[in-house]
Design a protein around this ligand. Structure first.
Ligand code: HEM
Length: 198
């Protein structure tokens, strides 16, 4: 189950790194980005639930028979990632956001947010690194609150948050010392408020 406890443990993974870097005194290091197992699973699960790319396509260069169907030469096949990633055979209870499912590697070809084969996304690792860096700064320096609908996704056809996911952000005060005591949580949310809307 994905619970508040899991979220706190995930935040703690980031806070430990932030504090070992003495807040912002030292930048996030490459080795640290390679050692964020919980964050990595959160990112994989997010890509499974609703990646920015919903499908790819391939053209049959010869007649192909697959699963009793003939795909004639010149026809295009369009695998929909959402169907693959939401297949309960591969991902039980697929609508449930559960990063722990990635504690075990998915079966081959069942998790393909970056496509597969010779035309698989060459930006795969860069994209994941950017997400890790964003998450690190977001989780360690900000708190936020979604305004309005908490979970809406619109498909048009790419998944986008309903109404652009308006949210309010609060910057946490910089740590005075780096002892981990959770005291950086803002007492008054109205301080340093960033209000981001669509
Ligand atoms: C979350 C971010 C990203 C996702 C979900 C994503 C997903 C994809 C997918 C599904 C494909 C098609 C793969 C296939 O047909 O098998 C693709 C292709 C491609 N992506 Fe990405 N991508 C992302 C970020 C990036 C970044 C950051 C770059 C470059 C800096 C990039 C560059 C490319 C290129 C050049 C192709 C075409 C590859 C080819 O046709 O040979 N992508 N991407």
């Amino acid at each position: 189950m994905y619970t508040k406890v899991t979220i706190l443990v995930w935040q703690e993974e980031q806070n430990v790194i932030y504090e070992s870097n003495e807040g912002e005194n030292r930048p996030l290091a490459w080795a640290q980005t390679r050692n964020m197992p919980l964050t990595h699973r959160v990112i994989l699960e997010s890509l499974r639930m609703a990646s920015i790319i919903s499908f790819t396509f391939r053209e049959a260069v010869v007649d192909v028979e697959y699963g009793g169907y003939l795909i004639p030469k010149g026809w295009k096949v369009m695998p929909l990632f959402r169907n693959i990633h939401h297949n309960p055979e591969f991902f039980p209870d697929p609508k449930h956001f559960d990063p722990s499912r990635f504690e075990v590697a998915p079966k081959p070809n069942t998790f393909v947010p970056f496509g597969n084969g010779v035309h698989a996304c060459p930006g795969n690792e860069l994209a994941k690194l950017e997400m890790i860096i964003l998450v690190h700064h977001l989780v360690t320096k900000f708190r936020w609150e979604v305004v309005g609908s908490q979970s809406g996704i619109e498909y048009c056809p790419f998944p986008v948050p309903q109404q652009g996911l308006p949210a309010k952000f609060w910057k946490l005060p910089a740590p005075k010392n780096c002892a981990s005591n959770g005291s950086r949580l803002p007492k008054e949310k109205s301080d340093s408020r960033l209000h981001l809307t669509n």
